[in-house]
Write a protein that binds this ligand. Structure first.
Ligand code: 5GP
Length: 188
């Protein structure tokens, strides 16, 4: 994947189940409309209340295999007996259009994305108590940031802070504010 012209930032959030990741991510995207949430493809059954094209693109295993073969997925993984994948084309288009993109994916996918897209800003959400979760927490040190989801509002603010801080990183500002940097003679 050629990232040289990408204008938006790529974020990802992973968590062991029960850490409250989905609520945090949905809270973030309602508060920050410039962050667009990637809708994954999955072979799992639709759960009550879920909508095709909103929560996931629900597809058959054959369809998934076909898309995998055609390299349509930026990453894919087998999670709890079902396949999940992220659309490469959608991500590329959103980033090129200047939107920041959030992926909500498991740790296997997170590591694939990190390899393909080293600039991805990754966050691991930890639950406030370790009981019953110890087995699932071994992947945490590979992420850039950690949020402990003890108090929802605080965790939500922290996720927003990560997004805001990432937008202010030197290389990001230098890319977005090319003209200003040039006029001030600041090295880009
Ligand atoms: P659920 O089926 O409960 O919505 O999600 C199960 C797990 O799959 C969660 O950990 C979720 O983050 C992960 N997941 C959802 N979409 C993707 C995806 O596109 N790629 C990967 N690798 N994991 C995903």
């Amino acid at each position: 994947m050629d990232n040289s012209n990408a204008k938006g930032l790529l974020f990802l959030v992973s968590a062991p189940s029960g850490a409250g990741k989905s609520s945090l991510v949905h809270d973030l995207i309602t508060k920050d409309p410039n962050v667009h949430l990637s809708i994954s493809y999955t072979t799992r059954e639709v759960r009550p209340g879920e909508q095709d094209g909103v929560d996931y693109h629900f597809i058959s295993q054959e369809d998934f295999e076909e898309r995998k073969k055609n390299h349509e997925f930026l990453e894919w993984a087998f999670v709890h007996g079902n396949y999940y994948g992220t659309s490469r084309l959608w991500i590329e288009q959103e980033l090129a259009a200047g939107y920041d993109v959030m992926l909500e994916i498991d740790w296997q996918g997170a590591f694939q994305v990190k390899k393909i897209f080293p600039d991805v800003i990754s966050t691991f959400i930890l639950p406030p108590s370790i009981e019953a979760l110890k087995q699932r927490l071994v992947h945490a040190p590979q992420f850039d940031y950690v949020i402990i989801n003890n108090d929802f509002n605080q965790a939500s603010c922290e996720l927003q802070s990560i997004i805001r801080a990432a937008r202010l990183r030197y290389e990001c500002q230098a890319r977005r504010e090319q003209a200003l940097f040039a006029s001030l003679g600041v090295p880009a």
